[in-house]
Design a protein around this ligand. Structure first.
Ligand code: BGC
Length: 828
């Protein structure tokens, strides 16, 4: 086994000495969207980077490059299981290697400052310690496989509104104790190889120019890797070059290049500063085996079935059983004859959220398919959608479309200015995105892209057909049965100030209704004119557009009535509600925590006719559940990746325990939550230290479901806690628990600190350590938890250092923040 070994600085310096200033500076901006420049003079091959964190997408942003879709980060944090996440990191390294990717742009460790944050699903937790522990495990797993992790977005990118320009005003204590803390742990403990500087500014300076890069990241924490900018985040040449930023992404354009060469020649930026950046870049290249004479650690091997098994296990380990009246779950399959599986997310489960975290899984098991397989032939599974919850016409399901020669999907034609066809592609997709260019098979000079397909109506009714994207679109609908031709021509643009990622996830749409009779055939053609400016300015990321299709459905009342009728005749009703990647995404924040559409009405109507109703919540971030007390069981499955339906079936039938615990408080209402809307470009973090449960605790308010909450299928007694201070300031905590139920199970032992009578402003309680433990029925276990010295410290703003307020701290232990029955004092 060859392990990654850092090249010595001597070796790196010798290589740097071989380069001219121009050659060095060239390396410091990407070669294109996803790759860095090779440099044969120093034995450097091309380095490839890729998103992250729900899988490894690779260099192509579409269905032609499939990737294992792992559960989204909220689901990973909900496992509270560092060993499992480290193993999953190994799978990500394997995926990266298989795609020729050297640097994974993950994990995202911004905090759940507020549930409105669009990328909430992509971050781990509202708690810095849980975020840090899961983040460290993730990075260790990835890097042990010879692939660099990139912890992002450093720092204060906790929401999306105006993310490119906003200035987050964060007090020194909140910055240190909350927002920087996960980065610190991941740099110090996991020795992460790359950091991504955020778009936003913090306390007056854009993060690509921030003093935090040099002073905190380099000097205090000893970070020796590469800091790259978020995509298009670097604006000014000298301030960014003089800060600790090492790499401008993407390339090949940007504010460094020849301007940086000039600045160095003019003495405005020292050449030694450039050398330091190059040294870091070469060090990173050496770590991933991209430098002649280096070999990266091999990634662990996984067969396809092993990938599926691990994803199924991780998904179930993150599912949070919020409520389970009269032990309805797990279901006794032998007692069942019919199960209704209804709801908008039942037939199409949502495996991931939107934006750069998107990957294209080889398959995705829906709740319906998973339950059909898991319940077996002896149980009849009936389904209806219940509610059409989306308000946009969705991306066309390619399975409903076929090309003229009978293949599923669409034909894409690339046309020159004179209309001549220069290339074609057959695609099984409704979404098209040529972010990295058209690829080697398409010659230059394309002026129009045309997508053609045939829809055969499977039912009689009104179909909504549309095109969405940026720029000019023509939609032509030709019905051969009737000879009718309809043509539309739309110029589509984003609202002023909208984020470019909106164009990717929810582009402006032109929609047209067509009434069809079952069996009728309609030819759909979308033409996108590349000559017309898209209005996306400097962040023009290439042609992106969608073909949209909504099949006929009844009125909302009719759909609800149909689901209710099925639920009424069934032994159990499973209602799968949730959001989609059009609601939870990078690029914009949520404006409401309500489930979209009439999903609340659906749940209530079903629960009213079937007391054995299980609500499955398929969302990456908190949603309001006003009906939670009216239904027998509520299971939160997050965005759990491609094994969604199989993991769901395992948990509902008791093959697996729901292993998850909430990594973030789930609120009861929308009162007193921090805002995501900057005013005049400023976003004050005025809640200070009081984020999530820290605020609820201070205000003596209860959430709908507490931080750390999650039920299993057995019962527990927390028996005893003891604490032993260690010489290094940490405290070894021992907790004895007993599984008092009749099945083996898991509890997550959680330890919180508190400081009775302290004079320093702080949260009433904060997470200090945790450990999951699996215990057989009737057995007991002693769980060891190391509470680090830092758990007792706070940031002394006057001294600019960590300090401990002398006196007695109390450690509380239990299975959730709202059930801490054990306590022990710790003198400091
Ligand atoms: C996102 C990053 C991502 C990058 C590359 C940016 O818009 O903020 O998280 O890694 O794009 O896709």
């Amino acid at each position: 086994l060859t392990l990654t070994q850092d090249q010595s600085d001597r070796d790196l310096n010798a290589r740097i000495d071989r380069l001219t200033l121009e050659q060095k500076v060239l390396l410091l901006t990407g070669a294109d969207f996803w790759t860095l420049w090779p440099e044969p003079a120093v034995g450097l091959r091309k380095v490839v980077v890729s998103d992250g964190p729900a899988g490894v997408r690779g260099q192509t942003w579409d269905e032609r490059d499939r990737s294992a879709n792992v559960p989204s980060p909220t689901a990973l944090a909900a496992t509270w299981d560092e060993d499992l996440i480290e193993r999953l990191g190994g799978l990500l390294a394997r995926e990266a290697r298989a795609k020729g990717v050297d640097v994974l742009l993950a994990p995202t460790v911004n905090l759940h400052r507020t549930p409105y944050g669009g990328r909430h699903f992509e971050c781990f937790s509202e708690d810095p310690m849980l975020t840090a522990r899961i983040g460290v495990a993730y990075v260790r797993g990835v890097q042990a496989g010879g692939v660099a992790a990139t912890v992002k977005h450093f720092v204060g990118n906790d929401s999306e509104s105006e993310r490119m320009t906003l200035n987050a005003e964060i007090g020194a204590r909140a910055l240190r104790e909350l927002y920087l803390a996960p980065f610190e742990a991941i740099v110090r403990e996991a020795k992460v190889w790359a950091v991504m500087a955020a778009y936003n500014g913090v306390n007056g300076t854009p993060m690509t120019e921030s003093p935090l890069l040099r002073q905190v990241l380099h000097e205090e924490w000893g970070f020796d890797g590469v800091t790259m900018s978020d995509w298009f985040a670097t604006r000014r040449t000298e301030p960014s070059a003089r800060s600790g930023l090492d790499l401008v992404m993407p390339g090949p354009f940007g504010p460094w290049g020849s301007e940086l060469v000039t600045a160095v020649r003019a003495g405005q930026v020292e050449e030694a500063t450039v050398d330091d950046k190059v040294r870091r870049l070469l060090r990173l290249a050496g770590r991933v085996g991209a430098l002649e004479g280096t070999v990266a650690s091999p990634a662990p091997e996984f067969s396809e079935p092993e990938i599926s098994d691990l994803l199924r296990q991780v998904a179930a380990s993150g599912f949070v059983l919020l409520r389970n009246q009269d032990d309805l779950l797990p279901l006794q399959v032998s007692d069942l004859t019919q199960v209704a599986v209804v709801g908008p997310n039942a037939a199409v489960g949502r495996t991931l959220g939107g934006g750069s975290a998107t990957v294209f899984p080889p398959y995705a098991v829906s709740p319906l398919a998973g339950l059909r397989a898991g319940l077996g032939a002896g149980v009849q599974v009936v389904h209806s959608i219940g509610v059409v919850a989306h308000s946009r016409v969705p991306v066309a399901d390619p399975a409903l479309l076929s090309t003229a020669d009978g293949h599923p999907g669409v034909l894409v034609r690339f046309l020159a200015a004179d209309g001549a066809e220069v290339a074609t592609e057959h695609r099984v997709a409704g979404q098209f995105n040529w972010m990295g260019g058209f690829g080697p098979l398409v010659p230059a000079g394309v002026k129009t892209i045309e997508v053609t397909s045939t829809l055969t109506a499977t039912q009689t009714g009104r179909y909504l057909i549309g095109a969405s994207g940026l720029g000019r679109f023509q939609l032509r609908l030709a019905g051969p049965d009737t000879g009718q031709v309809q043509e539309f021509d739309d110029d589509l643009a984003l609202q002023p100030g909208a984020d470019i990622v909106e164009a990717l996830m929810i582009p402006p749409q032109g929609v047209h209704p067509v009434d069809l009779v079952a069996g009728q055939v309609l030819t759909i053609t979308v033409r996108h004119d590349l000559n017309v400016p898209t209005g996306s300015g400097p962040m023009d990321i290439g042609p992106i557009f969608q073909l949209n299709l909504q099949t006929p459905h009844g009125s909302q009342d009719e759909e609800i009535a149909q689901a209710v009728a099925l639920a009424k005749q069934s032994d159990v009703a499973v209602v799968v509600v949730g959001t989609t990647e059009e609601i939870e995404s990078e690029g914009f924040d949520r404006t409401s925590l309500h489930l979209p559409g009439r999903q609340d009405d659906l749940v209530r109507a079903v629960a009213a006719v079937n007391p054995r109703t299980v609500v499955v919540v398929n969302a990456g971030a908190p949603v309001l559940m006003p009906w939670a007390d009216e239904v027998a069981a509520v299971l939160l499955i997050w965005f759990p990746g491609q094994e969604l339906g199989n993991a769901l079936s395992d948990v509902l039938t008791g093959v697996s325990e729901p292993g998850g615990r909430l990594p973030t408080s789930w609120p009861n209402d929308e009162q007193r939550l921090p805002t995501v809307t900057p005013i005049d470009g400023q976003l004050p973090y005025s809640e200070g230290l009081f984020v999530g449960y820290r605020a609820l605790d201070r205000d003596r308010r209860s959430p709908a479901f507490s931080f750390g909450h999650g039920l299993g299928y057995t019962t527990w007694q927390y028996q005893e806690v003891a604490a032993t201070p260690e010489p290094d300031g940490s405290v070894q905590v021992t907790v004895r628990v007993r599984n008092t139920g009749r099945r083996a199970g898991r509890t997550v032992v959680q330890v919180y600190a508190t400081r009775p009578g302290g004079q320093v402003l702080r949260a009433p309680r904060w997470l200090a350590g945790f450990a999951p433990v699996d215990v057989a029925a009737g057995e007991q276990a002693t769980v060891e938890i190391a509470v680090p010295a830092r758990a007792f410290e706070h940031w002394d703003t006057e001294r600019g250092d960590w300090t401990v307020e002398a006196g007695t701290f109390t450690l509380l232990a239990g299975p959730a923040l709202d059930r801490l029955t054990l306590s022990t004092d710790v003198p400091r």
